[in-house]
Design a protein around this ligand. Structure first.
Ligand SMILES: [Zn+2]
Length: 83
């Protein structure tokens, strides 16, 4: 799970940019931290990079690699704080 120390440096967002579940090999649109929806493994990717294949990421043993979702964006999606 992503961890932060200073909440002044992060903001909640309701952007749909966090919705898609991406498969290994997919190109990411947003720079940030992505998490495996099956085991919670996290990776950081720059915009335009490809989600790496299973042998190259730290999945939990036996993880079926169900896909990846954007967890923390460092640039890209508009910032829409929760109300
Ligand atoms: Zn996994």
């Amino acid at each position: 799970m992503a961890i932060y120390r200073d909440q002044r440096r992060v903001v909640a967002s309701m952007s749909k940019a966090f919705d898609p579940v991406l498969r290994s090999g997919a190109q990411v649109r947003y720079e940030g931290i992505y998490a495996c929806i099956s085991c919670g493994a996290e990776i950081a990717l720059s915009a335009g990079r490809l989600i790496p294949s299973k042998p190259n990421v730290p999945h939990a043993p036996g993880c079926p690699d169900g896909g990846w979702q954007l967890v923390v964006a460092t640039s890209g999606p508009e910032r829409q704080p929760r109300t």
